[in-house]
Design a binder for this molecule. Structure first.
Ligand code: 5GP
Ligand code: MN
Length: 332
């Protein structure tokens, strides 16, 4: 995207923030929902905005559409996530960190039913499905956008809200390492730290609490490593059998892909995760050149230039061939 586009986004964003605040003020029953396979940015952003709106005297419901990974259970007020009650009236639905309606899983129905729909996200592949869309691909995390929204509404960012936004940003920037991390990202983080959050506790919970089962799964998965295209592309795969052998869950695969990407000379890393026999979830990562969101978008997925994902319904071997053909186009 060109620089002028970035200026446009910032200009439009301020208008949309105003509309968004107006919609929030005019709504009593506000629903938020996670997306399927929720991550730190999704969960942190939902909790932060949910807590903030509750202090604003709104009836706020945060709907759980999928299991919350263990890594995030330490977050303050995690029990705000509840199962949906289809009878509840919905004035306003706010989608966070979600690029299309289908990714909301059972939350999609609630989003469609709502009188108004706000879509706040930073995925370049976002489909602008809301009545109001705050979509900024230059934001490092949806947590950044939620930070601005809460401040613009005029709600005090307390320690719990700050903790959740910090987790959203830290996890989505690979601990402030991805090139999406800007000076603004660091300024927001500095402000959050000034609220008295316990960064050490956050780091230990997020990054230094890997279970033995997860460690065994790391080893097993890394053993499948295959490097192709002159050392530029790496594949690993994870099957249901491997999960059973390690007594692990799919959420334990978190982090393996970063390890593979970090191999010297690798431009694209791919992990193939067998959720079911013919249902393979892919995660792709890149370092410098390849826009992996373009590849995943072709398979109804999405994401960012350097981190994206999709699901392909075929057996794991075929999926690997399909995706390596797509990646090969960038290295011809
Ligand atoms: P991960 O590979 O860690 O699951 O996700 C990397 C990035 O791609 C995240 O921003 C995530 O939201 C996005 N992503 C992963 N899978 C999908 C998918 O199936 N659809 C869409 N739209 N985005 C995805
Ligand atoms: Mn995100």
């Amino acid at each position: 995207m060109k620089k002028t586009d970035q200026t446009m986004i910032t200009k439009n964003k301020n208008v949309y923030f105003e509309e968004c605040i107006e919609a929030i003020k005019n709504s009593d029953n506000i629903f938020l929902a996670s997306h399927i396979h929720p991550d730190g940015d999704n969960i942190g952003s939902l909790l932060a905005l949910g807590m903030a709106l509750k202090t604003f005297n709104k009836n706020v419901n945060i709907i759980k559409v999928d299991d919350i990974p263990k890594d995030y259970l330490f977050l303050p007020n995690i029990d705000l996530f509840v199962e949906p009650n289809p009878k509840d009236p919905i004035d306003l639905f706010i989608s966070l960190d979600c690029s299309d309606l289908d990714r909301l899983g059972i939350g999609k129905e609630l989003a469609i039913k709502a009188n108004r729909l706000i879509n706040i996200d930073h995925h370049i592949t976002n489909e602008n499905f809301g009545d109001i869309n705050i979509v900024d691909p230059f934001a490092s995390a949806t947590g950044e956008l939620v930070y601005h929204l809460i401040k613009k509404i005029g709600i005090e960012i307390n320690k719990d809200i700050a903790t959740c936004i910090y987790v959203a940003i830290s996890t989505d920037t690979g601990s402030f390492m991805y090139d999406s991390t800007t000076s603004e990202t660091h300024m927001i983080a500095a402000d959050l730290i000034s609220k008295g959050i316990n960064t050490n506790n956050i780091i230990v919970n997020l990054y230094q609490s890997r279970s033995i089962e997860r460690t065994k799964l790391f080893l097993k998965t890394l053993n499948t490593l295959e490097v192709i295209f002159n050392g530029k592309v790496a594949f690993v795969m994870l099957t249901q059998d491997m999960l059973k052998e390690c007594n692990a869950n799919m959420e334990d695969s978190e982090g393996i892909i970063s390890f593979v990407r970090d191999i010297e000379g690798i431009e694209v890393a791919c992990i193939l995760k067998e959720y079911k026999e013919n249902e393979i979830k892919l995660s792709l990562r890149s370092k410098n050149i390849v826009d992996v969101s373009e590849i995943c978008f072709k398979f109804n997925g999405g994401g960012h230039k350097r981190a994206a994902g999709c699901t392909i319904f075929d057996n794991i071997k075929n999926v690997k061939n399909i995706i390596s053909d797509e990646i090969y186009k960038y290295f011809r």
